[in-house]
Ligand binder design. Sequence first.
Ligand SMILES: NC(=O)c1ccc[n+]([C@@H]2O[C@H](COP(=O)([O-])OP(=O)(O)OC[C@H]3O[C@@H](n4cnc5c(N)ncnc54)[C@H](O)[C@@H]3O)[C@@H](O)[C@H]2O)c1
Length: 374
Amino acid sequence: MADSTTPHQVAIVGCGIIGRTHADTVAARPDATVTALVDVDPAAAKALATRLTEAGQPEPKVYGDLDAAVAGSDISLVAVCVPSGTHAAVAEKALEHKLHVVVEKPLDVDLAKGRRLGAAATRAASHGVVCSVISQHRFDPGSAIVAEAIRAGRFGTLTSATATVAWWRSDEYYASAGWRGTWAQDGGGALMNQGVHTLDLLLWFMGRPVTIQAQAIRAAHHAIEVEDTLVATFTFESGAVATLHATTAAYPGGRTRIAVHGTEGGAEIEDDVLRRFNADGAKEDLPVAEQSASDASVQQLSIDGHTRQYADILGAIDAGTSAGITIQDGIEALAAVRAVYIASTLQRPIKFEDVLEGRYDDVEVSRGIGLPPK
Ligand SMILES: NC(=O)c1ccc[n+]([C@@H]2O[C@H](COP(=O)([O-])OP(=O)(O)OC[C@H]3O[C@@H](n4cnc5c(N)ncnc54)[C@H](O)[C@@H]3O)[C@@H](O)[C@H]2O)c1
C-alpha cells in the first residue's frame, strides 16, 4: 500500500468505456498513477496502455486477471470497471488482497452479493482499507448545494420530488457488448444502468423510501431482455412522495431533471446543473456562482464527477477515514432499483425495507418487464 509520500498506485480492472474515464482521471492527478491494467480482452488493456503512454504517463503493465496483477505490480487501489454483474466478485477479490477499492455503479446486479461485499468492506475498514462505490453526481456542485440545504432544513418540510432521465440508447449501443441489456450482467435497463445515478440522488435528497410502486416496459427496444422505460412512485419516511421516470427510448435530446419541493423552498437540477433554488421562504436565491462553469451536455461522459469523487476517495485513504460514499449507500441504491423491478413484476406496492433485508431476494424480476397488463 502507498504511504503518504508515494503516489497511489491504481489497477484498473475492465478497460472499456468507463475504464478509460478512470484512467484519464488518475492520469490527471499528481498523487496517483495507473500501474496495472486488467482485462479479459488483451486488446482492450493494451489499447488503454497505449492511450496512457501517449498522454505522457508511465507505461502500466497489462494482465488478464487481478491475481496476476497483484503478483506482478505495486497496487494500492483497485478500480472495478467490469460489467455490472461482476462488480462484487472483483471487489471482494481486491479486498482479499487488502487493497483499497472503488467500484463502478451499480454496486452489483445481485443484492445478496452486494450485502456480502458490504460485510467484507466493513471487516476491511477495521484494517484501514477504504471501499467506495461511484456515484459521481453526488459530487456535482449543484447536487451538493441541494443536499446541504435539505440537511439544514432550508426547504422546510419536504413534500414531493420528481426525477426523470429521458435518454435514447440505440440498438447498436445494446449490441456493442454482449453484457448490455441482459439480466445476468446489466441487471436491468434504463433504471439499473442509466437511471441509477438519478435514483441515488433522489434517495440522498429525500431519505429512506417506505413503499414503491412501478411499471416497467420495453417500449422501443425489443432485442434486449431488460426494460427500456419505467415509471415508479415512492413514499418516504418523512411522509413526502416522489415520481421516478427512466427511459432509453426517448428521442435524442431529452434531459435529466430532478426537482425537490418543500414548504419553505425547493430546487431543480437539469443535466447536472442547478437551475432553480429557493430556500428559507425567499423568492429568489440561486447560488450560481458556487457551481462549476462546466455545463456538460447530457449523455456526454465528462471526467469532472469522477475527478471530484477520486479526490474524496484518495483523501479518505490518506486520512485513514471512510469515503464519502460507502458500500452501504451502494446497497441502498441497488435495493431501490430492485424494489422498482419487484413492484413491476408483482404488480403491487413493495416495502423498501423488505427488499433491503432480503425478503424478496428470490423474486425473478425478468418476467415483470413487458407491456403493461391489459
Ligand atoms: N459512472 C458512470 O457514469 C458509468 C458510465 C458508463 C459505465 N459505467 C459502469 O461501468 C461498468 C462497465 O461499463 P462499460 O460501458 O465501460 O463496459 P465496456 O463493455 O465498455 O467495458 C467492460 C470491460 O470489462 C472487460 N471485462 C469483462 N469481464 C471482465 C473480467 N472478469 N475481468 C476483467 N475484465 C473484464 C471487458 O472485456 C471490457 O473491456 C458497468 O457496470 C457500467 O454500469 C458507469
